[in-house]
Design a protein around this ligand. Sequence first.
Ligand code: BTN
Length: 270
Amino acid sequence: MSASLTLNWPAETLWSQIEPHWPGFSVEVLPTLDSTNSTLMERARAGQAWPVLLVAEQQTAGRGRMGRSWLSEQAVGQSLTFSLALPMDEADLSGLSLVAGCALAQGLDPLQRHGIRLKWPNDLWLQQRKLGGILVEVCILGRQRHVVIGCGINIAAPPVLPAAAAGQARVTPPAWVQQFAPGVLAPEVLLQVAMPLALAMKQFSVQGFAPWQAEFARRDALAGQLVRLSDGSEGLASGVNAQGGLLIRQLDGQLHEVLSQEVSVRPAAG
Ligand code: BTN
């Protein structure tokens, strides 16, 4: 017997909002999965490469950037985990994760009343703490290119972890949506963010990052801060360029561009 869903998810509403923009689009919500990104990447590699939003009420082996794990050990509804898979055959993918971050931030906090910011390349921040993360993966099959945009958003306070597990999984302390929207659960937050994300990706597939550069700058959590990169270098974070690369003013005055998603960056004081 297959497990059933605990919560009421807005699958039909989202399908009717998004399908006109991404023909063939479908929405799937499952009670439990190892990782929504892994599932959609496996499907894409097997040739099942159509637009889909896959939501897991609970994830048992969520993945983050740079080989980290993404833990969602809260009760059902207290963490939102989903992935959006889309064809992106022609687009230049530079800046895609930044656009995804902007779209999620706009969905959660359209008027910037709650101060949701973006930490390059793809963390959502609230009061200098991590509210959510994005993992973008690409599957190339012949001439077809399929992107999987995985999003994890903390809805409620996570339980306190043993130090060893916390060190592995959380490099910055978390923030959560209920800090500014008491009582909300994952389905309501999905309804707020999925459509803006799908629409932003449609625009990105045609126009790339450029139309989003100003929005990223408005929410850039690092701008003007002294930062340290995981390669050991330091400098003043100075915004992003038209390709979504992070600009760092180094101590010798030179402007250096960081493009690699495999570099992590944090405030030098943090
Ligand atoms: C990060 O901050 O390093 C990125 C975290 C991304 C987590 C989400 S949860 C849904 C999707 N499935 C995964 O396994 N990871 C992403």
